[in-house]
Design a binder for this molecule. Sequence first.
Ligand SMILES: [Zn+2]
Length: 159
Amino acid sequence: MDTRHDQLYQQDVHDPYLRHWHAHGNALCPECGVSYRAGRWSWEGLDDAEQAERTLCPACRRIADKAPAGNLTLAGSFVREHSDEICNLLHNTEALEKREHPLERLMTISDEAEGLMVTTTGIHLANRLGHVLEAAFKGHADYSYSDDRSALRVRWERD
Ligand SMILES: [Zn+2]
């Protein structure tokens, strides 16, 4: 077996939304427009001549299934008083992250009793959001990965 393929496979083997993709050829997501070519996701699109399967990408599939990979809880009185600034930071961070990593997206931001609950399609964005919140507003973040590292919970708190 080709070792590069094997490594990619090992990396994604635990994520049920990614692990079948290695068998795919070119694809285009009709929902968000992201394309898949030679094992790579991008916003570059595909040439008209390229045959592409039209199918939901893993990020849109997670959104449709309401199955986030990242869950963040933002708690504490600071969060209630600065929710607009925090939401702006979340959206700006997503915009930067998904330019390079198209499958890393915000899913939902909801206002709940404990604070803001945020879900993401990828663990890297969830991790990044925790660090960006700490860098911008201090407070404290805890990160807990699932045993197979396909899901991440982040709790950030500032009073
Ligand atoms: Zn998509």
